[in-house]
Design a protein around this ligand. Structure first.
Ligand code: GRF
Length: 191
């Protein structure tokens, strides 16, 4: 059984889909939900699924032990980011190396990097008059939105779109693809 920690800062709709997808899996278990926000919506989903939670603080995460001992104690094999807004510290990258995955709501390498999250991403895509946007599922390295791409899917940007309508279309793509891509990636590397 591979044990996953989901890191999320917000609503957690992707986390909810991942929790649902792996609910009855005998190969992958969502063992922990980690959030930097005590009020984050994702914590309601954790409660609903009976998944343990860990609320983290900035200093300890970014400049301290990175909560590595907590994650080790929970026997975490993989870290899945689902709307997590802090940069991943070297302490975690050293420990989990190529076992940290993120999803970004645009087609990287464009429209990524610091500050490119939430509606800002979709507004930038619309401002640039792109005809297409999409999602990127990728490994995490020491730079924002930078690691190797695992998977991309596209959707149209319509002339009538605003950031909210494009965000909705992108969310649908994320919910469809993120859980099975996580499964495929983890199982392809299982020993
Ligand atoms: C998603 O759009 C994801 O791509 C980005 O943050 C958003 C999280 O949404 N990294 P939710 O909290 O899962 O609804």
């Amino acid at each position: 059984m591979k044990r996953i920690a989901i890191f999320a800062s917000g609503t957690g709709s992707n986390a909810q889909k991942i929790l649902t997808y792996f609910k009855d899996s005998d190969k992958i278990k969502i063992a922990l939900i980690v959030s930097n926000k005590p009020q984050a919506g994702v914590l309601n989903f954790a409660k609903e699924f009976g998944t343990p939670t860990l609320i983290i603080e900035r200093e300890q995460f970014l400049k301290g032990d990175g909560y590595v001992p907590h994650l080790e104690a929970a026997k975490i094999d993989w870290i899945i980011l689902a709307g997590f807004l802090w940069k991943i510290p070297v302490s975690l990258l050293n420990h989990w190396g190529k076992k940290i995955i993120n999803i970004h709501p645009a087609l990287l390498p464009n429209y990524g990097g610091k500050g490119m999250y939430g509606e800002a991403v979709h507004q930038a895509v619309i401002n640039a008059k792109e005809k297409e946007s999409g999602i990127t599922i990728h490994y995490v390295d020491e730079q924002y939105d930078h690691g190797a791409t695992i998977f991309q899917a596209t959707c149209p940007v319509l002339p009538s779109d605003n950031a909210a309508s494009l965000a909705n279309r992108i969310h649908t793509l994320e919910h469809l693809h993120y859980p099975p891509i996580i499964e495929k990636e983890i199982l392809s590397q299982a020993d």
